[in-house]
Design a protein around this ligand. Sequence first.
Ligand SMILES: [Zn+2]
Length: 203
Amino acid sequence: MLLTNHVLSGALIGGLIRRPAPAFAVGVASHFVLDAMPHWGKWASQRHFLRVAVPDGLISLATMGAIAVVSPPDRRPAVVAGMAGAALPDLDKPTMLWFGWSPFPAPVDRFHSRIQREAPRRAHIEVLAAGAFAAAALIALRRSRPQPLSRPQPNALSASLPFLAGRAVALAAARPGFGSAGTVATRLPTQAVMMSPLEEKPT
Ligand SMILES: [Zn+2]
């Protein structure tokens, strides 16, 4: 499966499992589960593989960074651990490409390649999986955001300022002396403050 989908599923795992070590372990396990599902692959050539793998690698790195940034700070270690664990088994792709060796023991590499259920023309599966994992991860991270104990109450004076300003203009316009800047400036503040929204209720 595309590395981006492993990263997104790892973010979901980290968002649900709050502790980094279990999130990392489940992330690694999730990699092999997803690779055993039908997915896009069986590239016709190395060139074709790279045309998909290079953008996929770059997008997954950007995704990791973006998800780490938007994660609530108390969940970030578990989310990053989940993404790292889910991406780890594919570390052999860049090391094979650049250095010609895999960092994993041969039995792990054999297992990893044997479980693949790849076929061409399955890009839509990857796109659907990406959408589902991204949505689920964002919901999990949003739900885990700590709720404030109480909403801060807006300051009563600042809340009534627009009302007071409106009253002040109406009062000034109604006064016979309107037009004299001095009258408006000296009388408005007192009258405006004395008028409260409660006094406006019809009696
Ligand atoms: Zn893999």
